[in-house]
Design a protein around this ligand. Structure first.
Ligand code: DQA
Length: 142
């Protein structure tokens, strides 16, 4: 079964970006981890990253139209993008919000997610393992 793993802005810079917060592993490592978790769960995983809100909205429309489940790390869009929220609200399959860090334990502006209320659920704070846990939730949900 196909599953999308969509990543928002700055996540291509994993490994060099604030490694004390996001760890030393790179985006390529994340792609490999998701594909491997997918293999174990019988899911065929398509991992993408963009810094562009419009592109991410377009990918979510694609997922809605094809009824494909999504694991989504909206990155900073989490905290302010109503366009993303409205795109997620159109979902026709489970969508799990993921975060590498635990935003609730960080700066005040990260405490609110404008997308959490339209997601199936959220996994946060487990490093890159958050994605593997989210894929497992999708495998058991869908
Ligand atoms: C993040 C948390 C967000 O607050 C931040 O803007 C990110 C990454 C995470 O995975 O921990 O870019 O979504």
């Amino acid at each position: 079964r196909p599953v999308y793993v969509f990543n928002g802005p700055n996540l291509s810079r994993l490994g060099t970006r604030e490694p004390d917060v996001y760890g030393a592993e790179t985006f390529e490592d994340l792609v490999e981890l998701c594909r491997e978790a997918g293999r174990e769960l019988g899911l065929s995983v398509d991992v993408r990253q963009t810094d562009d809100e419009a592109e991410l909205v377009g990918w979510l429309h694609e997922a809605a139209d094809s009824r494909t489940p999504v694991v989504l790390n909206p990155a900073a869009f989490t905290h302010y993008s109503y366009a993303l929220r409205d795109a997620i609200a159109q979902r026709t399959a489970p969508l799990v919000e993921v975060h590498i860090s635990n935003p609730a334990a960080r700066e005040e502006f990260r405490h609110n997610s404008v997308v959490a209320g339209v997601a199936t659920g959220t996994v946060a704070g487990f490093g890159l393992r958050s994605y593997a846990l989210a894929l497992r939730a999708i495998a058991e949900e869908a």
